[in-house]
Ligand binder design. Structure first.
Ligand SMILES: [Cu+2]
Length: 120
């Protein structure tokens, strides 16, 4: 095998692994309630990305609030909507948005990961 083919095989293996692990993790955690809303030291309101879910999936914030998505999962995720695109947020990394209008979003890598920001 050439180096390129080995790399491609690794990529395919990882993709298949996540595709199989995702539904298993989702079923395992289906009964778990959303975590309570937490605030980061800088005052940001935190959405945790864990177990292929946004927690809380629905978050109400006042206009002008800053929301911070913290990836505490083992896979990269995105926060993608019509108005926002985080790009890949690696495990351990985060992404912030100052919210003026409500929006629904999803992870482009895991389309079952969805969330909503509501403005109160
Ligand atoms: Cu994702």
């Amino acid at each position: 095998m050439t180096g390129g083919r080995v790399l491609w095989a690794v990529i395919v293996a990882l993709f298949v692994g996540f595709a199989v692990a995702g539904p298993v993790i989702m079923v395992r955690d289906a009964a778990r309630a959303d975590q309570p809303v937490t605030t980061a030291p800088g005052g940001e309101i935190v959405v945790v990305m864990t177990d292929l879910q946004f927690r809380p999936a629905t978050l109400q914030v006042p206009a002008g609030a800053t929301v911070l998505w913290s990836n505490q999962d083992v896979a990269p995720h995105t926060v993608t909507s019509a108005s926002e695109d985080s790009g890949f947020i690696d495990p351990g990394a985060s992404f912030t948005v100052t919210v003026d209008e409500p929006f629904a979003y999803a992870c482009t890598l895991h389309p079952s990961m969805t969330g909503v920001i509501e403005v109160t």
